[in-house]
Design a binder for this molecule. Structure first.
Ligand code: MCN
Length: 784
């Protein structure tokens, strides 16, 4: 019999052969008979009144089937809603039409939709539409947007304030009475999420049944169905969303976009299938961005290195409209985790979300938690420098001790479990920290600038539970659905409401179920990303898929075993409570010779010739699992850099990551997640940054101007795991999908600042480009 290869095994990702041999079926691969192609005319102005649209020439172009403007859609297509409304924040959910009607509010705002017989004709026709704009002053910086005389985006949001949210217990007195207070401003710069596959939608409406099928590049097809059924006015049971193969998302495929609604609308209005897919330039303008937060931070403590308080006043740039999950990012996902892994008695977050004439922002890998970790970890280093203590020693002194769990942080979160010191010690041992410091001293004497950076982090992930989600304004549940269907021959199909799009759950979820049922992993197929095949689901983000969706599967598999035990008991003429299931065999306790295999029992469940009274045929388990708490992954990352004193170039010499995601299901896949995450985190630290000019033009609108990290910039990562199970789910797992991104950014920046200590540099605005680093070295001070 083939080996099970359940949890803990380094099983190769089964999804990869189809992806790397071009056999994946992405949305843009869908071809339907009679399909039309859509293209969207987007505003070239950041802020302008639309005085007139002349689409006649476009309509006349041979091959053009229809042109729609905002006015054409008025009353026929719903507004695009926001789905996360942080409570007590006076949030302004300004109306967001799918196409601008009177006013455009960012470069990339949709103005008209062309549908044509070919993609090329649709593109050409877009260029023939003449729009008369009356340009208005634009504002792109969120702080500037709060000024009384700043251009106003929405009449019902004075000073462009979309919301104001506060949390925590830090008071002015705490800081006034502190022995040491360190203050610093950071701008966690705007980033553009860049999955390999850009967004696309195909819609196919059947007028005879009223059924609509939409293929969407979505991280959460059921949320898309939920929202789009309202926007399009199609009953939920007649709307099917398919998002099976999705080439990465990193948060940017959570939102429900106007573009998706437009394609659905056009398909129904024209009675023919319609496809739209963006190119990379359109992606830069029209897919949500991430981060962009200005933070004024204060940290307080004593000269012996005890941190007593931290607070932040943050201004988050929300862009021109509130995207689906946008408001949750700089509030709940950011503010509540500001005190991080440290036992800090007082903490506070005071956050403004502000409208500007820029592309809307939403989740980007880590979403809120990288921003919180960045400011905290940078402040710990600045505090350590202020009191003349080793930054690692400050961390060691303040980490929540292993015996303090469950631990209530001052923002109201309860951390489930952890051994933060162990992860730190492992990283320090791996680095041989004392020797590294010695090497640094020697090299400095030779005019070489080695820097050592460290981050100890804790991450809130595994989103649910639903009750808490509701309390913090998320307009949805955060439980997960699962079905484990055992077929008559003992092969298994499992259905999950989570929607992996690169993370590898087709493999790891099969491992979870194989482990439970003790069947070979290749006998388990994982189905996801299709609302017609899966009852309900809340998708993949917030490193929730394994803790919540994986646990749902574990519960469903347990239900299969429970039922199978009843059938086995009947077959073996024993009481169900006397049956145990080990190594794929049902056994009567104390009678080792009386056994029935999993396959025997399964077959009997279907043949149903001899079932016990009251037991229905077939073998299937279902679970709608809602966790009791979030999970809190943690770890220590440590990095060694060398800064070129002549050019300011930063080279990463070593990168050590010790992460704890509870029980590891597949170490190889978890390592892969850490690798990808680190690269994205370093991307923010050293290379990436979206820049708008004063008029609201995105000057980093392509890979020519927006620098992505490349493999050759990195050494081999030295990754390892500690395993502290979470007590809040049956698998003891925590998420790993975002840890690398959360930890890497401050780790690398701390390392560069450490290297630049001889120059008296306190901070450099990210990304730490060679030019900025060089300037800081020349000025012997900060460089913006
Ligand atoms: N895993 C494991 N053991 C654990 C935890 C996780 O083996 N204890 C495995 C999982 O089973 C899964 C992977 O690691 O195969 C990531 O799982 P998890 O931590 O549950 O995270 P999610 O699947 O919920 O993924 C979301 C997370 C987020 S929020 C972003 S953004 C992100 C990321 O994952 N986007 C990604 N990783 C990505 N990876 C790819 N390739 N593409 C993206 O868009």
């Amino acid at each position: 019999m083939a080996t099970v290869l359940g949890m803990g095994n380094r099983v190769k990702r089964r999804e990869d052969p189809r992806f790397i041999t071009g056999r994946g079926q992405y949305t843009d691969d869908i071809q339907l008979p009679g399909m039309l192609y859509a293209s969207i005319l987007r505003s070239p102005y950041a802020h302008a009144k639309i005085t007139h649209i002349d689409a006649e020439a476009a309509r006349q172009l041979p091959g053009v089937v229809a042109v729609f403007t905002g006015r054409d859609l008025d009353g026929k297509l719903g507004l695009i809603p926001t789905a996360w409304l942080p409570p007590d924040s006076d949030i302004k959910t300004t109306a967001h039409p799918a196409l601008a009607v009177d006013k455009v509010r960012y470069v990339g705002d949709g103005v008209a939709l062309v549908v044509a017989e070919s993609r090329y004709t649709a593109r050409d026709a877009v260029d023939l539409i003449k729009v008369s704009y009356e340009p208005l002053p634009a504002v792109v910086n969120q702080e500037a947007a709060m000024a009384d005389d700043a251009p106003l985006l929405h009449d019902d949001a004075p000073r462009n304030i979309a919301f104001h949210w506060k949390a925590g217990n830090a008071t002015d007195e705490v800081f006034e009475q502190a022995e040491v207070v360190v203050r610093q401003r950071f701008h966690n710069q705007r980033l553009v999420p860049n999955p390999m596959e850009m967004r696309a939608t195909v819609a196919n409406y059947n007028p005879s049944t009223g059924e609509m099928t939409m293929w969407i590049t979505s991280q959460n097809p059921h949320i898309h169905r939920f929202i789009l059924s309202g926007v399009l006015g199609i009953p939920e049971h007649k709307l099917r969303i398919v998002s099976t193969d999705v080439g990465g998302g990193f948060g940017a495929k959570i939102p429900c976009y106007p573009d998706e609604a437009l394609v659905g609308y056009a398909a129904r209005a024209l009675g023919r299938p319609v496809k739209w897919s963006e190119d990379r330039s359109e992606h830069f303008l029209a897919t949500t961005h991430g981060r962009d937060q200005i933070e004024d931070v204060e940290i307080a403590g004593t000269r012996d290195g005890t941190i007593t308080a931290i607070r932040v006043r943050a201004i988050a740039n929300m862009g021109a409209y509130l995207s689906t999950a946008g408001p949750g990012v700089p509030t709940i996902l950011f503010g509540l985790i500001v005190p991080g892994p440290y036992k800090i008695p007082y903490a506070g977050a005071d956050v403004y979300g502000v409208f500007t004439n820029t592309t809307p922002t939403d989740a980007y890998r880590g979403a809120g938690r990288p921003e919180a970790t960045y400011l905290l970890e940078r402040m710990v280093d600045l505090f350590a420098a202020e009191i003349g203590m080793d930054p690692v020693a400050v961390r060691e002194k303040n980490l929540v001790p292993a015996d303090a769990f469950p631990y209530d942080n001052p923002m109201g979160l309860t951390y489930d479990s952890g051994n933060y010191q162990l992860a730190l010690r492992r990283a320090l041992d791996a680095a041989d920290y004392p020797n590294l410091r010695e090497e640094q001293r020697k090299l400095r004497a030779q005019g070489k600038y080695l820097g050592i950076g460290c981050t100890t982090y804790v991450e809130i992930c595994g989103l649910g539970p639903s009750q808490v989600a509701g309390a913090v304004g998320f307009q949805g549940g955060l439980w997960e659905s699962s079905t484990v269907r055992v077929h008559p021959t003992g092969k298994v199909t499992v259905y999950t409401g989570a929607s992996p799009h690169g993370q590898g759950e087709e493999t790891t979820f099969a491992q979870i179920v194989a482990d439970k049922l003790h069947v070979p992993v290749e006998d388990v197929e994982v189905v996801h990303g299709d609302t017609a095949r899966i009852a309900m689901g809340w998708g993949t983000y917030g490193s929730r898929t394994t803790p919540v969706g994986g646990s749902a599967l574990a519960v469903a598999a347990d239900r299969v075993i429970e039922k199978a035990k009843k059938i086995a008991a009947h077959m073996l003429e024993a009481a169900p409570e006397d049956i145990e299931f080990t190594e794929g065999q049902f056994r009567v306790k104390g009678m080792p010779s009386k056994t029935a295999s999993f396959q025997d029992v399964t077959l009997q469940a279907y043949l149903a010739w001899n079932l016990p009274a009251g037991v229905e045929p077939a073998l299937e388990g279902q679970a709608f699992y809602d966790p009791t708490n979030f999970t809190y992954s943690f770890g220590t990352h440590l990095c060694v850099v060398e800064v070129d004193g002549e050019t300011g170039e930063v080279a990463i010499k070593r990168y050590i990551a010790v992460d704890d995601c509870g029980r590891v299901i597949n170490p190889m896949i978890a390592e892969g997640q850490v690798h990808g995450g680190i690269v994205q985190g370093v991307g923010q630290a050293l290379y990436e940054g979206a820049v708008y000019d004063e008029d609201g033009q995105l000057v980093t609108g392509s890979f020519m101007d927006y620098a992505m990290p490349k493999a050759r910039f990195f050494p081999n990562f030295e990754t390892s795991f500690t395993e502290t199970p979470s007590p809040h789910n049956p698998l003891g797992v925590k998420g790993i999908g975002e840890t690398g991104t959360i930890a890497a950014t401050p780790t690398v920046v701390n390392a560069v600042m450490d290297a630049l200590r001889p120059f008296g540099v306190r901070d450099i605005q990210m990304p730490l480009t060679p030019e900025r680093v060089w300037r800081a070295m020349q000025q012997r001070g900060d460089a913006q």
